[in-house]
Every structure is written in structure tokens, then in C-alpha cells.
Ligand binder design. Structure first.
Ligand SMILES: CC(=O)N[C@H]1[C@@H](OP(=O)(O)OP(=O)(O)OC[C@H]2O[C@@H](n3ccc(=O)[nH]c3=O)[C@H](O)[C@@H]2O)O[C@H](CO)[C@@H](O)[C@@H]1O
Length: 360
């Protein structure tokens, strides 16, 4: 069978798609997957390295854009729609899955026009406009969190969780012993693109963390644009740290971490809960409908994370939080356990099972 996975843009959309691809390919040696994305999305960098086939189409957003940008977005969408029809004609997939991100909409709508079975997956508690619209033409909408159900058509919505890549699932089942070198391991990352305010706050926190200099092992993912600035910040403060633009092996990074400081994107949350990691979430305040804060609050009420809001974020405050947690291993362990209890590990399986019910 052939599956098209459309969407991406950021890791939070793409990586659940990769998780479904892994599961679909594992079911039958003759199964095939084609990803459809956009040139500017993370998919263009990540998928070729992993050996997946990727076709690029034209697509852009329209929501919240001014007049001209909206027209350009619409024109790109129309072009992407006709490219999607061409791809469906030549590739002839049995199933199409939209995972969110710009390329998802034209492909799922084209699949409807050509009567190919189509599905969407929503990662967040509050969906964006595109998935709300696409859910009307999809056979089924897969949701990660119960809170999202009310936004989608009744009877066509299935709670599956957010699919996890094999590298993360392997980490969960391996139960490797902690990679202890005696130091406290801090993992800092700002979603798939890095987060400037977290980068700056962490650098500003360093002078306040001076007493912990010898005890902390920091891995800090910055995103491409802040790499030089953050590296310089650590050098000036005399803090040894591993500062990188992107982490390819997230399962290893999670494994080493005693505490994770990060944004509260939906896929990040699915991964850190699966790995049972204590996190200090700093939700991205401009995410649509403040959904990152809602994502984090869902864990907070279960004692499964810590949270610091962007408007409270200063170097000093961040340092205080870190110092408090470094000194309280028990609290960290309890929070990690509570997080683990919220994880759902079988999302990719459930999604593939459900899609296969629709094969003609
Ligand atoms: C700013 C914004 O609107 N972000 C959205 C975007 O976030 P974003 O794309 O940042 O997505 P998430 O935080 O949900 O997931 C990040 C993904 O990237 C991976 N990763 C991250 C850093 C790294 O160096 N290497 C790496 O592989 C993580 O393992 C994870 O799989 O999509 C999410 C899912 O729809 C939303 O919840 C977020 O609100």
C-alpha cells in the first residue's frame, strides 16, 4: 500500500508524521510512503537525511496576514492544490494523512477531490483553523488530547495520542541506567527552531548559577540564528556547555537530562512525558490561542511539570528555579514519574490500524 504524509513546516508537525511512516512501513515490506512538504519547512532538511522520499509543493499561510500577503498565500495555495492533484495522479496512494503545517491543506483537499481516503492528525489541545476545516472532509480526525475533541465533528474523531518516533520509543523501553558522571545534567531547547527568549534568559542566568558551575553539565540547543551569540555568552561567563543549533538524537539528549528547560509544544510534551522527564516549561506566548500554555497546564495540574511564564522570565528568576530543582532530586523524580503516567505510547499503531480499516 501507499501512504502520502503531507505537512510539516516545524518539527512538531513533521516528527509525528515520521512516527506514523515508521509504523506503516514496518507493517509490510511492500508498503511505501511519500512525504509532501514545502521547501522552507524542516522536512526539506530532515527527510532526505533519513532516506524518505519527499515532494515539494507550494503553500503558505493566510491567517493573520495583511491584504497582499493574503493574496500571495491564496495564490500559493491554489498552485499547491494543483501540484497535489498531479502528485495524486502520478503516485496513486491508497491513503493520505495530513499532519498540520502548510502543505497539509492543499493535499488533503486534493485527496478529497480525487476520492482518495484522507485523514488528519492534530497535535495540540486547541487546533488551528486549517485542521478545523480539513476535519470536515477527512474520513477521521486523530487527536492527541481529549480537550481537542470539541472542535471536531462528532463520530469522526478518534483520540490516539501524539505518535512517537522509534528512537524515542526505544529509549522508553530500554530503561537504560542514568548516564551519571556525578554532575547534574540540564537540557535546554526551544522546540524545533530554538527560542530566542529562552536562549537569552539562560545566558543571563549564568552569573546567578556560578555556585553550580562545577556541578552542571549543560546541553543547550539554540536554533540556527542564535548559535554564535549563545556560545559567546557561555564563554564569557566561563561556563563549559555543549551549545548546538539542533539536536539530531533527541532520545540520547533526553536520556542524559536530569531536568529539561523547554517550550511546551505538543510533540515535545509527548516525548518528555514518554521519557518520564521533569521539565520546566516556558510556553511560547504567541502560539495560536495560547495553546502552549494550555498544553503545559494540563501537566501542571497533575504535578507532572514545572512552568514559568514568558513575562516572568528573567535570568535571575530562571536561575532561582534551576537552583531550587537541582537541590531537590526527590521532587524531580516524583515529577518525572507523574509525567510518565500521562504518556501514551501506542498512537502510531492506533492511527495505522484505523487508516487500514479504510483500504478499498
Ligand atoms: C512556535 C509554535 O507555534 N510552535 C508549535 C510547533 O512547535 P515545534 O515545531 O517546536 O514542536 P514541538 O515542540 O511540539 O516538537 C519539537 C520536535 O522537534 C524535535 N527536536 C527539537 C529540537 C532539536 O534540536 N531536535 C529535535 O529533533 C523534538 O524532539 C520534537 O519532536 O508545533 C507544535 C505541534 O503542533 C505546537 O504545539 C507548537 O506550539
Amino acid at each position: 500500500m501507499k501512504l502520502v504524509i503531507a505537512g510539516g513546516g516545524t518539527g512538531g508537525h513533521l516528527f509525528p508524521g515520521i512516527a506514523v511512516a515508521e509504523e506503516f512501513l514496518a507493517r509490510d515490506a511492500s508498503n511505501e510512503v511519500l512525504f509532501v512538504g514545502t521547501e522552507r519547512g524542516i522536512e526539506a532538511r530532515v527527510l532526505p537525511r533519513l532516506g524518505y522520499r519527499l515532494e515539494l509543493i507550494s503553500a503558505a499561510g493566510v491567517r493573520g496576514k495583511s491584504g497582499i500577503a493574503q493574496m500571495v498565500g491564496l495564490a500559493k495555495f491554489m498552485h499547491g492544490y494543483s501540484q497535489s492533484r498531479q502528485l495524486l495522479k502520478s503516485y496513486r496512494p491508497d491513503l493520505v494523512l495530513g499532519v498540520g503545517g502548510y502543505a497539509s491543506a492543499p493535499m488533503v483537499l486534493a485527496a478529497r477531490g480525487m476520492q482518495v481516503r484522507r485523514f488528519i492528525h492534530e497535535q495540540n489541545a486547541i487546533p488551528g483553523m486549517t485542521n478545523k476545516i480539513l476535519s470536515r472532509v477527512a474520513e477521521k480526525t486523530f487527536i492527541s488530547l481529549e480537550e481537542a475533541r470539541k472542535f471536531f465533528p462528532e463520530g469522526k474523531t478518534l483520540l490516539t495520542g501524539n505518535p512517537l518516533r522509534r528512537q524515542i520509543l526505544d529509549e522508553v523501553v530500554a530503561e537504560r541506567p542514568a548516564a551519571a558522571d556525578g554532575r547534574f545534567s540540564l537540557l535546554v531547547f526551544g522546540g524545533s527552531q530554538g527560542a530566542r527568549s529562552i536562549n537569552r534568559a539562560l545566558v543571563a542566568a549564568l552569573p546567578h548559577l556560578d555556585a553550580l558551575r562545577e556541578r552542571l553539565a549543560i546541553t543547550h540547543q539554540t536554533g540556527e540564528s542564535d548559535l554564535a551569540e549563545v556560545r559567546e555568552g557561555y564563554e564569557k561567563a566561563g561556563f563549559p556547555a555543549e551549545v548546538v543549533p539542533f539536536i539530531d538524537n533527541m532520545s540520547d539528549a533526553y536520556h542524559r537530562a536530569d531536568l529539561v528547560v523547554c517550550r511546551a509544544g505538543a510533540t515535545t510534551i509527548a516525548e518528555v512525558t514518554a521519557c518520564g522527564k521533569a521539565c520546566l516549561f516556558i510556553p511560547f506566548p504567541h502560539a495560536t490561542d495560547d495553546h502552549q500554555r494550555r498544553n503545559a497546564e494540563a501537566l501542571l495540574k497533575e504535578g507532572a511539570c514545572f512552568m514559568l511564564l514568558e513575562h516572568e522570565l528573567t535570568g535571575e528568576r530562571l536561575a532561582q528555579e534551576i537552583i531550587g530543582l537541582v537541590g531537590n532530586r526527590e521532587k524531580l523524580a516524583e515529577t518525572g514519574r507523574n509525567a510518565r503516567n500521562l504518556a501514551r505510547l501506542d498512537a502510531a499503531k492506533v492511527i495505522v490500524d484505523e487508516m487500514l480499516k479504510y483500504r478499498d
